[in-house]
Design a protein around this ligand. Structure first.
Ligand SMILES: *Cc1c(COP(=O)(O)O)cnc(C)c1O
Length: 381
């Protein structure tokens, strides 16, 4: 099967010979209605009903007790880490194969990343790699997990559900519990993805979601923190809204807070988007079936399916090439011929900012980095 055949198949699937983006948003529901309503109300900013409606509906959708809307997913991660009590000088374990935001949020606090390997099938943090890192390098002192190499406390672990495929989150949770490490899920890509019928982002103390323009639902920019802990939820609301003490006219703030609240106008869009989530998921699964069938006869390109015990949202459809040379040829050909494809991210530990971070053997991450490509994944309704 030539790259030409693949390009033609994708053009047929999306029913166009025009440029095919990787993932474009769909606004075919109540978006305009709610947006207009929001504008007419003049409450476009930090007060208004859509934020409240969204938070309630979102919590219900993922099955968590509370959801707090934020201005973007990075802000949601930043606050999630603060809720997990991560402080300057602490360390946080994460995966090297992720979008930069995961690592940025850790650095905003002044904490340091530790990179453990991913699993080949999930592309997410490997519980085996995590366990062996902890057993080799760490000890429990009192209640703290101490990294014997640096003498610092490992406060949190941030696995990410890559392209919507759930990682082995239950095993990761169990290991974190043993080592008294807070589990903070980066579920930015996995709205609508479940591990053993439990929604991703709801396994740990807190979870973070993103509604950036390329995500499965979008408010232009937006994010959410989810938790079952009432105190954490209250604290999240407080510090994302400048830590203002409620008062009918006085401005009193009791700590350094953040202006991370989602504007009501974005929330109005998001309420409409959330109403369509089930349709989006259905459309993505239909696309998956088409791709899966098409690539099943191909020896050079493997279509990546949802891992065991999980249901993926198939946010970005993903293929694996045989090697880096083939990957680059595929990227060149498709992008030159109007079909947008993208490689997976460069490993975080190879970026200038994170070069000196402690790492385990990262052979799976490296393998995937050289071979994984995302292909057009937009909802087709
Ligand atoms: C999109 C994304 C985020 C958050 O991104 P924002 O653009 O700030 O909403 C965080 N982590 C991962 C893995 C993502 O893909």
């Amino acid at each position: 099967m030539s790259f030409k055949n693949i390009t033609t198949f994708i053009q047929q699937t999306f029913d166009t010979e025009a440029f095919i983006p990787l993932h474009e948003p769909r606004f075919t529901g109540n978006e305009k209605k709610y947006l207009n309503d929001c504008i007419d109300s003049t409450f476009v900013s930090s007060v208004g009903k859509y934020v409240d409606i969204f938070e309630k509906e979102f919590a219900r959708t993922v099955g968590s007790k509370y959801a707090i809307a934020t201005v973007n997913g990075t802000a949601a991660l930043h606050i999630s880490l603060l809720l997990a009590d991560v402080k300057k000088e602490d360390e946080v374990i994460t995966q090297p194969l992720t979008f930069i935001a995961t690592c940025n949020a850790i650095s905003y606090i002044g904490a340091k990343q530790i990179f453990v390997d991913v699993d080949l099938d999930t592309m997410g943090l490997s519980p085996d790699s995590l366990k062996s890192f902890l057993e080799t390098n760490c000890e429990l002192k009192g209640n703290a997990c101490i990294n014997k190499t640096t003498g610092k406390i490992i406060k949190a672990c941030v696995p990410m559900h890559t392209f919507g495929h759930p990682c082995r989150i239950e095993e990761i949770k169990n290991i974190c519990d043993i080592w008294n490490i807070a589990l903070v899920e980066d579920a930015a890509e996995s709205l609508g993805s479940y591990y053993k019928e439990k929604h991703t982002g709801t396994f740990g103390k807190v979870g973070a979601f993103s509604f950036n323009g390329n995500k499965i639902i979008t408010s232009g920019g937006g994010g959410a923190i989810v938790t079952d802990d009432e105190n954490l939820a209250k604290r999240a609301k407080h510090i994302t809204t400048t830590a203002k003490i409620p008062h009918s006219y006085e401005y009193v703030h009791d700590e350094i807070g953040y202006n991370y609240r989602l504007p009501n106008i974005n929330a109005s869009l998001l309420v409409a988007q959330l109403e369509q989530l089930d349709n989006f998921l259905k459309s993505k699964r239909e696309l998956t079936l088409k791709y899966k069938k098409f690539f099943s006869t191909n020896n050079e390109i493997k279509f990546i399916e949802e891992p065991k015990d999980s249901k993926s949202n198939y946010w970005l459809q993903t293929v694996l090439l045989n090697d880096k040379i083939k990957r680059d040829e595929f990227l060149d050909f498709t992008n030159k011929n109007g079909v947008m494809t993208r490689p997976i991210w460069r490993l975080m530990n190879e970026l200038e900012m994170f070069k000196d971070c402690q790492c385990t053997d990262l052979k799976n991450a490296k393998y995937l980095e050289e071979r994984v490509v995302n292909i057009p994944s937009s909802v087709r309704v």
